[in-house]
Design a protein around this ligand. Structure first.
Ligand code: AMP
Ligand code: MG
Length: 340
């Protein structure tokens, strides 16, 4: 989530390696007489290419939506020393803005829903794994066990707008939910400006508002996890969020082994091998983003059980060897699946 100089290249690398997991296919539809004229703009924010399309064209609305995403990045990025989250991480307590408070509260809600699989207090482990990648040395159990007691969402204390950590050394990272939240806020801004049809896609976290360019629903492609530039499944959505968490592009290689960017808060180890991709469809992007990350940790069986237990949530989990499982309502949205 940053443009700060030292880490910029790493972020660019992440992005180049494919943070863009979900492609809004409708944006590439060939021109046809029935297609509504729309305006699409993209900008690098939060370390990813954010694309906003609105129907009909409204340049100012798009600029306002980009501005709110930039504001969220400035408040919540751990790569900006002056962000609220960075100050909170340094001081162990901080009065925060309504936006940061809302994201932390949402994150705590999803920690409970996922039984702790989604946990924003993983930041000390993220730092440990970043250092391991830099040093090219896999951490020892001892290294991990030293940090693990700092990881527990129950030790985040919320008193009004004051956030406090119960243990010294605790730190949070909103990378698993902030992009989704930013997309929701961008949609809110567009709606306030009277936009009724739009698509906001922040590198794999997207929301499709109203009808697509050809009327009816938006056609969204979920990228094939093993074949670059190929779409594995197409779904039709309207007034829904779609998010994919995938390990197949965002990972580090340490001593020849592959380590994903998502960490199991219970063990301190990165999630490996299964699953390789989790796609969630939900009523809002904050929910879809947090659930995709948490379900990635839970794995295919527990993850799908959770998806099926939640109202208004659908999902597809792809594991190693292209083993695919989908939720009960997935087939009704899915228009095409690549079979070979
Ligand atoms: P996403 O791409 O939305 O799945 O988010 C991945 C990011 O979330 C990582 O790059 C970390 O910043 C953060 N993260 C990693 N593991 C977890 C976890 N278990 N719970 C919450 N956030 C996590
Ligand atoms: Mg996420």
């Amino acid at each position: 989530m940053s443009f700060s100089s030292l880490r910029f290249s790493r972020w660019l690398l992440w992005v180049c390696l494919g943070a863009l997991v979900v492609i809004a296919l409708s944006l590439f539809w060939p021109e046809s007489p029935e297609e509504s004229p729309f305006l699409k703009k993209s900008k690098m924010i939060m370390g990813t290419e954010v694309e906003i399309s609105v129907i009909p064209a409204d340049e100012q609305a798009i600029e306002d939506a980009f501005a709110v995403i930039g504001k969220i990045e400035a408040l919540m990025s751990t790569y900006k020393d002056d962000s609220e989250v960075s100050i909170l991480n340094r001081q162990g307590e901080k009065e925060v803005s309504p936006e940061t408070l809302e994201v932390i509260k949402e994150a705590l809600k999803f920690s409970q829903i996922t039984g702790g699989a989604f946990d924003i207090t993983v930041e000390p482990l993220i730092n440990l794994w970043k250092k391991a990648a830099e040093d090219e040395i896999i951490p020892t159990m001892q290294d991990i066990n030293e940090v693990l007691p700092l990881v527990n969402y129950r030790n985040i204390i919320v008193e009004g707008n004051l956030i406090r950590f119960a243990k010294e050394g605790m730190q949070i990272d909103l990378g698993g939910v902030a992009k989704g939240y930013a997309v929701d806020k961008a949609i809110e801004v567009l709606k306030k400006r009277g936009i009724r049809r739009a698509l906001v896609n922040a590198g794999g976290d997207l929301y499709a508002l109203g009808e697509g360019p050809k009327k009816g629903e938006w056609l969204i492609g979920v990228q094939h996890p093993e074949e670059e530039d190929q779409v594995y499944a197409q779904i039709m959505v309207k007034d829904k969020a779609v998010t994919t968490s995938g390990s197949y592009r965002r990972y580090s290689i340490i001593q020849g082994e592959r380590f994903s960017h998502i960490i199991n808060p219970e063990t301190g180890w990165t999630v490996q091998d299964v699953p390789i991709s989790v796609t969630i469809v939900a009523a809002d992007t904050t929910t879809a983003d947090a659930l995709a990350t948490g379900i990635f940790v839970l794995g295919p069986n527990k993850g799908m059980e959770l998806i099926n237990s939640l109202p208004e949530v659908e999902g597809m989990i792809i594991s190693e060897g292209m083993e695919v499982i989908v939720s009960q309502g997935w087939a009704a949205m899915c228009t095409r699946v690549q079979t070979n």
